[in-house]
Write a protein that binds this ligand. Structure first.
Ligand code: ZN
Length: 84
């Protein structure tokens, strides 16, 4: 994993987890996740948050809660980390 690739793809992780990445980005992110501990951890957290929101079902979370969780997830992606 190189640092340039990490910086380029880390913002695509959320789109990938949400299934919103185009085919080229999805391939690049999927490959990157096998090599980057930081991004794979982010992807795992985003998937957990997404799954938690899906299982809310009829007890839909208030819009403010959804917005706060989304903002929290983005903060996780934007925190500088060691990429070793
Ligand atoms: Zn990365």
């Amino acid at each position: 994993m190189n640092h340039f690739e990490h910086r380029k793809l880390r913002k695509g992780v959320a789109a990938y987890v949400d299934g919103e990445a185009d085919a080229a980005l999805a391939v690049a992110v999927r490959r990157h996740l096998t090599e980057c501990w930081s991004c794979s951890e982010d992807a795992e957290w985003l998937a957990v948050v997404k799954a938690a929101l899906v299982h809310v079902g009829a007890r839909r979370a208030p819009e403010l809660t959804i917005a706060r969780l989304g903002r929290f997830a983005l903060c996780l992606l934007e925190q500088p980390r060691s990429t070793s």
